[in-house]
Design a protein around this ligand. Structure first.
Ligand SMILES: NC(=O)c1ccc[n+]([C@@H]2O[C@H](COP(=O)([O-])OP(=O)(O)OC[C@H]3O[C@@H](n4cnc5c(N)ncnc54)[C@H](OP(=O)(O)O)[C@@H]3O)[C@@H](O)[C@H]2O)c1
Length: 249
């Protein structure tokens, strides 16, 4: 078994996930770079350093998730932190503007196939990966699960008529509402185990998810998920926050 704690970050071949993986490696973790494309995962792991290795799986493919969990058990024997970061915003072509995404993602017009695909990745994928990794996390001295969510999924913020962004509340953002719900459900189900499960918002960040129209850097975006991954035994569970503090559900 590894002496060092082990962290798995899903969708860590690029964007915010890659930065979370880098920061966790800098904090002394052996980092597993989850990637659905092995070559991209290996390149990302190489950019992090000797304490990183790629683990290929697609969060929508249960067989690949089970194989990854088995590999982690056989090769490392432990898992301390799971960061559920992988997500998609739409099914359209790369280069689709945020405005187009918001328009086609409105539930009055969104294609049901696209809604299903987004929820399959952003919600059911998180449930599937978390369930598969739970046996390892339960054995860890301080298991932590961080779900990378979004303030755009907050029902409270989107119910406020003064919120200028609420016209964008649609397929992607409602998948994050569902992610918040399952974060709380996992936190409650695991309350007696000491495993802490929290949701974080990285803020509006320049990545492929929003056609690089975000305004924050990945370094800024990684801070809150990493803070939650490092919570000590007095830290909270079942919360939703960004760098500035608690967010309303
Ligand atoms: N960027 C923002 O402004 C913002 C704001 C709030 C929340 N977030 C959240 O932050 C997280 C990271 O997003 P990002 O902005 O860094 O986006 P990104 O650069 O597009 O990265 C998304 C990652 O998820 C992976 N992924 C997608 N579907 C997958 C699947 N089925 N199986 C495995 N991996 C999959 C992608 O892999 P491929 O390279 O193979 O596509 C990629 O590595 C997401 O949960 C997102 O919702 C982002």
């Amino acid at each position: 078994m590894q002496d060092k704690p082990v962290a798995l970050v899903t969708g860590a071949n690029k964007g915010i996930g890659l930065q979370i993986a880098k920061d966790l490696a800098a904090q002394g973790f052996r980092v597993l770079v989850g990637s659905r494309n092995l070559e991209l995962g290996e390149a990302a792991a190489k950019s992090i350093g000797a304490d990183a290795r790629a683990v290929q799986f697609d969060v929508t493919n249960r067989a690949s998730i089970a194989a990854a969990a088995e590999r982690i058990r056989n090769e490392l024997g432990r898992l301390d932190v799971l960061v559920n970061n992988a997500a998609i915003s739409h099914l359209g072509k790369p280069g689709t503007s945020l405005e187009e995404m918001a328009k086609s993602g409105r539930l009055s017009v969104a294609s049901l196939d696209e809604v299903r695909a987004v929820f399959e990745t952003n919600v059911f994928g998180v449930i599937a990966v978390t369930q598969a990794m739970l046996p390892l996390l339960r054995e860890a001295p301080a298991g932590r699960i961080v779900n990378v969510s979004s303030a755009s999924g907050s029902l409270t913020l989107n119910s406020d008529p003064k919120n200028p962004h609420r016209s964008m509340f649609g397929t992607y953002s409602s998948s994050k509402t569902a992610l918040n719900a399952i974060t709380l459900a996992f936190a409650l189900a695991l309350e007696s185990t000491g495993i802490k499960v929290n949701a974080s918002c990285p803020g509006f960040t320049a990545t492929g998810l929003n056609n690089f129209q975000g305004t924050r850097t990945v370094q800024q975006a990684a801070r809150e998920p990493v803070r939650l991954a490092l919570l000590d035994s007095n830290g909270p569970t079942g919360t939703f926050s960004n760098e500035d503090g608690p967010l309303p559900w």
